[in-house]
Design a protein around this ligand. Structure first.
Ligand SMILES: [Mn+2]
Length: 314
């Protein structure tokens, strides 16, 4: 066993073994670094839950996801058959920090942070935080890419036309700001009513259950095409049985296995960023939700590193 603490001493690429229950919990034991130029993917935490409408706690999500991710780093990832860190240079930038509860400051600092990364041609992997954090990130992506395709996993559309902003309104705000290419974007896992789809496709949770992960992935690949796409995953897309630790749980959702199977089918999409949001550790049990979030984030890195689905284990 090596001395450990890859968060400080690890190389940019490759997986080095260390005790999973000790040391600093950077995401997937990547090195803490602010050298964005050296990285392909920059991981950041956004400890913000000021936009929640029901149960708070997502400000603690980044820490919990980092901790759960420490146990996932053993080389080749099932069923991808690869270690994404052999080819992708992934750094953990740490958490974006702002005064507690200061909504304008959070939005301003996060957009500037995202602009630095996206403007340098790097990909973001962001850990929320409540779902509102996606809005400042999309502003930075749209500034570089123009209106961006959104592949949105969620129980909620988050496009409600309310008279005040919260974590269920920011995608309508994003649409109105021209940040989202709605014609090629899709919601997956929806199981709440919204009077208007605002032009986005919707694959409801019952549709996913009836048609299966393969059909979902085929639909998404066809709708997205070759365009750059941003994947945003609200952990409440999963059923509360698979993700109890979240702010606004809704029954009837996807299993973790369904979400993973959909991810496997998205190989080939030109993803330029991802976030995993709404993990709320105070409501979690046995780290179920944090583990799901960490695993899906790692699966997304595998998607980037191995877009060839024929390499998947049977
Ligand atoms: Mn949601």
């Amino acid at each position: 066993m090596k001395p450990g603490d890859n968060a400080f001493t690890g190389q940019l690429t490759g997986t080095a073994s260390e005790l999973v229950f000790a040391g600093a919990t950077s995401f997937a034991r990547r090195r803490y670094s602010r050298d964005i130029a050296s990285a392909d993917v920059v991981v950041s935490g956004i400890p913000w839950d000021g936009a929640t409408t029901y149960r708070p706690g997502a400000r603690l999500g980044p820490r919990a996801i980092r901790q759960a991710s420490a146990n996932l780093c053993f080389g080749r990832v099932w069923p991808w058959g690869i270690d994404p860190f052999e080819t992708l240079r992934v750094i953990d930038w740490g958490d974006v920090q702002f005064a507690e509860g200061n909504w304008p400051e959070m939005c301003e600092l996060l957009e500037a942070h995202a602009a630095t990364i996206v403007g340098a041609g790097k990909k973001m992997l962001t850990m929320g935080g409540d779902h509102y954090v996606t809005l400042p990130i999309l502003r930075a992506y749209a500034a570089v890419h123009g209106p961006i395709v959104l592949v949105h996993f969620d129980a909620h559309s988050d496009t409600w036309d309310d008279d005040h902003e919260h974590h269920g309104t920011m995608f309508l705000t994003a649409i109105r700001e021209g940040l989202i290419d709605v014609e090629h974007s899709v919601h997956i896992g929806i199981r709440t009513f919204n009077a208007d789809d605002w032009g986005m496709a919707i694959l409801t949770a019952p549709w996913v259950h009836e048609h299966g992960a393969g059909a979902v992935a085929e639909f998404v690949r066809s709708r997205v095409g070759e365009r750059p796409a941003y994947l945003t995953f609200d952990i409440d897309c999963l059923d509360p049985a698979y993700a109890p630790g979240t702010g606004t749980p809704v029954v009837g959702g996807l299993t973790t296995a369904q979400a993973q199977a959909i991810f496997y089918g998205l190989a080939g999409i030109n993803f330029v960023g991802m976030d995993i949001v709404e993990v709320s550790p105070p409501y979690d049990h046995a780290e179920i939700t944090a583990l799901a979030g960490a695993t899906l984030a790692l699966d997304w890195l595998c998607l980037l590193a191995s877009p060839d689905p024929s390499k998947l284990a049977p």
